[in-house]
Design a protein around this ligand. Structure first.
Ligand SMILES: [Fe+2]
Length: 201
């Protein structure tokens, strides 16, 4: 994911195969989610700004803050999904020593952090995302956003996000969002999270 990318926005392939996140996230869910839902946001965003050349050198992040509802929503759909799919991996990764210290300083323990992520994800009414972010005080925080909104980037640098729109889990787990959030814990890419932390700092 390149935060400095500009029009035309590219549909980014997954860095793993569709079936590789089984049994945590099925290939059916990933196929519809990545190849259909996410792609649709890329195509719509490009179509929306195709004839607005003044927006061709505006970054994706900046487009997610525009007042135009369609542009903001579709740019958010691109940004949020690209971070989400990049935040997942079939590889077994662990938080680094540095990340572990930051997690402990911010939440008490990794378990406490996950409790907060899961509780916050469950608390979202309707559609949205739960995020692990670095705040301006250098601590990790859990925040939520609704629909395709993005975090206030002046306050929060994203480390990873988890999509909690129903399309993320309904084929696999129907209404059991808690099972999905618990499963995602097993496929978070902590190496990727570390890179996000380093660039946030
Ligand atoms: Fe989604």
């Amino acid at each position: 994911m390149n935060y400095d990318n500009f029009y035309p926005f590219e549909y980014e392939p997954l860095s793993y195969n569709l079936e590789e996140l089984n049994p945590y996230i099925s290939e059916y869910t990933l196929y519809f989610h990545h190849d259909k839902h996410y792609k649709n946001y890329v195509d719509k965003l490009n179509a929306l700004i195709e004839r607005r050349p003044m927006l061709h050198n505006v970054s994706l992040e900046a487009l997610t803050k525009m007042s135009d509802d369609d542009i903001r929503t579709n740019a958010g759909g691109v940004y949020n999904h690209e971070l989400y799919f990049a935040s997942l991996t079939p590889d077994d990764t662990e938080p680094s020593e540095k990340m572990t210290k930051l997690i402990n300083d911010s939440f008490g323990s990794e378990k406490e952090m996950w409790n907060e992520i899961i509780e916050s994800g469950l608390g979202i009414v309707g559609s949205g995302y739960v995020w692990l972010v670095l705040d301006n005080d250098g601590k990790l925080d859990v925040i939520v956003t609704h629909n395709q909104d993005t975090p206030d980037f002046d306050k929060y640098a994203p480390i990873f996000n988890i999509d909690v729109w129903e399309h993320s889990y309904y084929l696999d787990r129907q209404n059991r969002r808690v099972d999905y959030l618990t499963a995602v814990k097993s496929v978070i890419d902590w190496e990727r999270a570390e890179k996000m932390l380093n660039s946030a700092e």
